[in-house]
Design a protein around this ligand. Sequence first.
Ligand code: SF4
Length: 346
Amino acid sequence: MTSLRVCATYPFLNEAKHYVQKEGATVHELLTDPLFEQARIIALERIENVMSKRDVGNRVLSTDADKIMELFSYPLARMIAVSINDDYFLRSYALAEAVHMYQNLLKEPLPFILQVTKEFNLTILHSDEQEDPSLYFTQYLAHAPTRHKHWKMVNRSMANGFISLPKKDLVRILQEILRKRIHQELMARSPHREVLSVFTNEISRMQHAILIQRKKHEAEPIGKLDITLLPPCLKQILTLIQSGENVSHIGRFALVAFLNSLNLSTENILTLFSKAPDFDEERTRYQIEHILGKTGATSYKPPGCEKLKTYGLCPSEEIDDICRRVYHPTSYYRYKWKQQKKKTAK
Ligand code: SF4
């Protein structure tokens, strides 16, 4: 029997879901009954923490009442997140719940973490003789959070198809799975009418805050780059990165090498990448500097249209007249920049 503390801290676990179902509270009761008022307050706190802390936040769980309200705040927060009706926010919310789990799981003993891996359908090997558990390699490949050298298979020890992982990395993989799972689940839902009416002010305030943040980002001058002049291929890659989507190595490479060709500094490039909800400064800096040749490797030239097409990175439905005249994204940018300069000179 899972404890109430575990259910409150890890409300996505099956046992926690059963607890909520067993209580039999309707959505209407959750939204209006004074009994759940504290759960509604915490749900809003979870939501507000997404933008400010990138983690839904911890609260004191000293009494059973604290734990029950914390547990019920989770379905409420999910409903509010869906009703905000913004995909960027939904991704950020999914990440904040997953980061919250990560931070808490790190404090748990390994046997508990192994229990959680079962709920995530991971195939794990672990025995008393092994210090670290091992994960089946196909699952490792599917859920490794980044392509950073730390996560490359060649840098791991593998035996009989199982990759040995320290506790921290196993928990990081769980974070990645939970993030994707929550995002997919919530993407499939529509805003709830009663949630919209109960939390009208809070939802509008959040939507407004997201809008302001987006405008602030768009208005920020970034070195010598004018984002509006980017060709469709690079605009698409940048949008995907900023919304936390996994972009292939060649996609990231094409963008960074292009920005470098405009003489943008590493700091300016980092600013662009920092809009991603799962931004990791150290890892991104390493990737950028590697491409720019600052870590001892060669500095590479940005790929041309032909290569981008081969890798499926040229969005054929979005190419325009300028695309039809050029063979390289830098020529596209230069052409558009000259056109704009002529216009402003008139
Ligand atoms: S034609 Fe070239 S510049 Fe235009 S979107 Fe495709 S790859 Fe980019």
